[in-house]
Design a protein around this ligand. Structure first.
Ligand code: G1P
Length: 297
């Protein structure tokens, strides 16, 4: 079985990042100089998948525009001799074979994945939530696909979370089968601390078998009145195995200002054009001598 499609879910409201998400989709927020969604598409491509289905929502036209050809901008850059930028803009259109489906009603993550059913067809597929940015040596999706090669089943990415953080995640009941790889014996969406089956929280990367679509169809609204993917996976467990991989990499929740800022700084620090001056700036800021004050050291 080969995974040849990835679904990127970009249909949420971005409530945790209001007011900017009032008119800018959260997936279009920049991380240094690229929007979050581009990192997701690049992770998919770097993992060896070329076909991407973006689940968008009404009002998110800028996502479609971003990956569409822009002849006017291209001839402008060409006339100005900006070959490097031109190459980068043209590369965007060729990154992957991208199609779009629209989730007309915001009925939850499970429902958003179900919206992509026809576009996905009947093979195993990947799901990415683009506000979970993961900085890793090997793309997380690739790490999961390598496990898929052995398990041939549903695989979730998980990470250890704090005791008080469980109410922000889908949390698994794990049984370790090898270091960092678990058989999932149960799942709960956003349990209160104390009620969580473990401290392994699901991060926004999934490899799913097509049977998940029937499971979602049969899933009633759960927490928050939404059709939860986690609940559907709980039903799927009766029929299929689900594995969870504790991946290698650092995850940023860029759907919140705090996580977004941390990612911004971490990614800028790795950028050779930005890191030196940024380090000097942050150093001065942390010492309390404001770089823009007249008496700054
Ligand atoms: C979603 C999922 C949750 C998962 C999380 C990862 O929640 O429902 O199970 O742990 O993504 O980011 P959301 O963050 O959209 O509320």
């Amino acid at each position: 079985m080969k995974i040849d499609k990835a679904v990127i879910v970009a249909a949420g409201r971005g409530t945790r990042f209001l007011p900017v998400t009032r008119s800018i989709p959260k997936e279009m927020l920049p991380l240094v100089n690229k929007p979050l969604i581009q990192y997701a598409v690049e992770e998919v491509v770097a993992s060896g998948i070329e076909r991407v289905v973006i689940v968008a929502a009404p009002g998110k036209q800028s996502l479609v525009d971003y990956f569409s050809p822009s002849p006017e901008l291209e001839s402008f850059l060409e006339e100005r001799g900006k070959a490097e930028l031109l190459g980068e803009i043209q590369r965007l259109g060729r990154l992957a074979d991208i199609s779009y489906v629209i989730q007309e009603e915001r009925l939850g993550l499970g429902h958003a994945v179900l919206t992509a059913r026809d576009a996905v067809g009947d093979g195993p597929f990947a799901v990415l939530l683009p506000d979970d940015i993961i900085d890793s040596r090997v793309p997380v999706l690739r790490q999961m696909m390598d496990v898929f090669g052995r398990c041939q089943g549903n695989i979730l990415a998980v990470r250890r979370i704090g005791y008080r953080e469980t109410s922000k995640y889908g949390v698994i009941k794990p049984r370790e089968v090898s270091p960092g790889l678990y058989r999932v014996e149960g799942l709960v969406e956003k349990p209160e601390p104390g009620e969580a089956p473990s401290q392994l929280g699901v991060v926004g990367r999934y490899i799913l078998m097509p049977e998940v679509f029937d499971a979602i169809s049969a899933t009633p609204p759960g927490i928050g009145g939404e059709i939860q993917l986690t609940d559907a996976l709980g039903f799927l467990l009766a029929k299929q195995d689900i594995y969870a991989l504790e991946f290698e990499g650092v995850r940023y929740d860029t759907g919140t200002p705090q996580g977004w800022l941390e990612a911004q700084i971490a990614f800028a620090m790795k950028n050779p054009e930005l890191s030196l001056k940024l380090k000097q700036y942050l150093g001065r800021l942390l010492q309390g001598s404001h770089p823009f004050r007249r008496d700054a050291g």
